[in-house]
Write a protein that binds this ligand. Sequence first.
Ligand code: ZN
Length: 117
Amino acid sequence: MQCLYCHCDDCQRVHGGAYLPAAMYLTSQTSIVAGDPILWKLRTTERATCRSCGTRLFAEPPGFGVRSITASLLPEGVFRPAFHMQCQHAVRPIQDDLPHFKQFPAIFGGSDEKMLW
Ligand SMILES: [Zn+2]
């Protein structure tokens, strides 16, 4: 599991915020235990929304075999972010001690290129 902040313009639009705190699990490590979420796409990433309350539950970026779970849904203490990604879309520079990847880190098939802010 990898905890991160995603600044992609999809997450910004879908969640109505500057970035999304999320935890990436292998899809096989997760399951839907209650309800019947609405599955939909803004562009390419399939997303799940709770049919009852509208909460954005998770996303499945194509080609990675992972499910990105919205961090606010995790038990307290589980979300421990390791990096920011897709910072090329960041609304503002972020000042913290984590790496700020311009696109994706190498562990997700990216270049590991970092922002120069
Ligand atoms: Zn994103």
